[in-house]
Ligand binder design. Structure first.
Ligand code: UDP
Length: 151
């Protein structure tokens, strides 16, 4: 089982899309193992978006991500890192496939509603960056047998 990090960005919070997006994760069959609201510090954003430091749009991304608290989510599932990326759609929401979260609800590159880890390697770094171990839960989700059956 993999775990991946999801952030519902300030535009999702402001536009009342938090429930819609969490509902999509649940209906997909993903198991919620961590969930909280949090404000992102400048230092945390520098670390989280270190691949963007130095890009012209980075200061705007930072101030955008600090406009409201974000919803941090950790989900668990078989090969869930790639599955969540597919649910989110590509970075530029205008080009995101209809049916995806960005494709359905967003029109912007920057205000694209959701962050999700881009690989298993990244998820292994990002989940502990946002969640302490005691904030992540292990429990029996009785529907998982039906969600996956044998694979
Ligand atoms: N972003 C932006 N302008 C760009 C590229 C990215 O404002 O030209 C923002 C956008 O919110 C994106 C975030 O920076 O989600 C992180 O960029 P990344 O390339 O990691 O895309 P993601 O993995 O979020 O799709």
């Amino acid at each position: 089982m993999e775990r991946t990090l999801i952030l519902l960005k300030p535009d999702a919070v402001q536009r009342d899309l938090v429930g819609e997006i969490i509902s999509r994760l649940e209906r997909k069959g993903l198991k919620l193992v961590g969930l909280k609201l949090m404000s992102l510090s400048s230092e945390l954003l520098d670390e989280h978006y270190s691949h963007l430091v130095g890009r012209s749009f980075f200061p705007e991304v930072k101030s955008f991500m600090q406009r409201t608290p974000v919803v941090a989510i950790c989900v668990e599932g078989y090969k869930c890192v790639d599955a969540v990326r597919l649910l989110a759609g590509v970075t530029n929401s205008r080009e995101a496939t209809p049916g995806t979260i960005r494709g359905e609800f967003a029109m912007s590159v920057q205000a694209n509603l959701i962050h999700c880890s881009d690989s298993l390697e990244t998820a292994l770094v990002e989940v502990p960056r946002f969640f302490k171990s005691e904030e992540l839960f292990e429990y029996n989700d009785t529907l998982q047998d039906y969600v996956y059956n044998s694979s």
